[in-house]
Design a protein around this ligand. Structure first.
Ligand code: HQG
Length: 186
């Protein structure tokens, strides 16, 4: 079980690795990798003097969504997906299942059904392999609505999909014609 402190530190690490490495004065390379020693030193200096490699390893291993990966020698670390900074985490293009799901909040649906699902501040639109996961994602923003995405037809029409190391499906956009609003049973 990840403790409360680890959840807080995990969120801090996500923010650093996906959005703002400068927050603790470090850099990530073009593939999203940060130097583990620099990350640890930066987090220590940011008010967590007890933070060390063992604590980082525990967070990486117990993270509920497997958000981070070490390089094989454990000298580098990166977020598996979710970036807003422009990095290439070298995801292979992967054939999606026929149907994928996107969880959003009810207030976004009119705009989505006009413009499609856009990547907003992130590098990709995030799609879930099942409705339950999509519902959890949608709930983060408000009253959840589940959108069914015709990924099979999108692929047939030339859209490329990527599967992150932690099971999130990514693509650049989902035009309206591939979206169906599911009945909201929440
Ligand atoms: C919405 C979490 C208006 C979109 C989750 C979403 C996920 C539009 C919000 C990952 C729109 C962006 C990503 C349009 C899209 N008009 N609203 N045309 N197109 N939106 O957080 O997908 O915990 O950037 O529906 O589990 O919610 O961080 O994306 O509601 O995998 O690892 O704009 O974040 O993972 O919100 O979540 P986000 P998301 P982590």
């Amino acid at each position: 079980m990840a403790g409360k402190k680890n959840v807080t530190l995990g969120k801090f690490i996500s923010k650093i690795l996906r959005h703002e490495p400068g927050l603790i004065g470090i850099r990530v390379d073009e593939h999203g990798w940060a130097d583990v020693e620099e990350l640890i030193a930066g987090i220590q200096a940011a008010g967590h003097p007890e933070f060390d490699m063992a604590a980082l390893e525990e967070i990486v291993e117990t993270n509920n969504k497997q958000r981070y990966s070490f390089s094989s020698d454990k000298r580098l670390i990166r977020a598996n997906q979710g970036h807003s900074i422009p990095v290439d985490v070298e995801l292979p293009a992967t054939s999606p299942p026929d149907t994928l799901w996107h969880g959003t909040a009810d207030r976004f649906v009119p705009s989505i059904m006009e413009k499609g699902i856009l990547r907003m501040s992130r590098l990709y639109v995030h799609l879930s392999p099942d409705e339950e996961t999509a519902r959890i994602v949608g709930r983060r923003h408000g009253r959840p609505v589940i959108l069914r995405v015709d990924a099979g037809q999108m692929e047939a029409d030339g859209y490329v999909f990527y599967l992150s190391a932690n099971g999130v499906w990514l693509t650049t956009e989902v035009p309206v014609k591939y979206i169906t609003v599911e009945n909201n049973r929440d």
